[in-house]
Design a binder for this molecule. Structure first.
Ligand code: MN3
Length: 205
């Protein structure tokens, strides 16, 4: 997908992730926030036709190639566009709660166990100060790593490919969980679509 970017379709209804992620949050998060990142990314690119064939991912992989006058806008809104697209894809109603056999083996190898991976990932998410994301990424050496990013910064901009992520901006959880970010993070595991995560991993090979 390239310019003009369009809000990607949700693969499920906005009430499908209840009770873990409530309908109203999904409606606003997807319909308003993600739409705004999409619109703002298009507005930033409007007068830069040389970038109109680039995917969102391509823009983020090499931000230095984006003209300085729109680089900040692309970092924030391109990041917002791409990050949320992945976020909707790696969740599903009644998500397959345990990793596929392949992912399970990889997580055990990288983190010791699935539980230790979840602890590391959740700790990165819980301690991200202010707005941002926690990620499971494949780094440039092909290894799995957990990382957090601020704001809408994408792991793609530092040479990593995200295959799982959780949004810890307050807009992602405040209506249902208020200040209880750890409760939101605990609930998140119920809706992770591990099949999708595994597919994203395969695409990095
Ligand atoms: Mn968000």
């Amino acid at each position: 997908m390239a310019y003009p970017f369009q809000l990607p379709e949700l693969g499920y209804a906005s009430d499908a992730l209840e009770p873990h992620i409530d309908t109203r949050t999904m409606e606003i998060h997807y319909g308003k926030h993600h739409q705004a990142y999409t619109n703002n990314l298009n507005a930033a690119l409007e007068h830069h036709p040389e970038l109109h064939s680039h995917s969102g991912e391509q823009l983020l992989i090499d931000l230095s190639a984006v003209p300085e006058d729109i680089r900040g806008a692309v970092q924030n809104n391109g990041g917002g566009f791409v990050n949320h697209k992945l976020f909707w894809e790696i969740m599903a109603p009644d998500g397959s709660n345990s990793p596929t056999e392949e992912m399970s083996g990889l997580l055990n190898g990288s983190f010791g166990s699935f539980d230790q991976f979840k602890q590391t990932f959740s700790a990165a998410a819980a301690t991200q100060f202010g707005s941002g994301w926690s990620w499971l990424v494949v780094d440039s050496d092909g290894r799995l790593q957990v990382m957090a990013t601020a704001n809408q910064d994408s792991p793609l901009s530092c040479g990593c490919v995200p295959i799982l992520g959780v949004d810890v901006w307050e807009h992602a959880y405040y209506l249902n969980y208020q200040n209880r970010r750890p409760d939101y993070l605990a609930a998140f595991w119920n809706v992770v679509n591990w099949t999708a995560v595994s597919e994203k991993y395969s695409q990095t090979k």
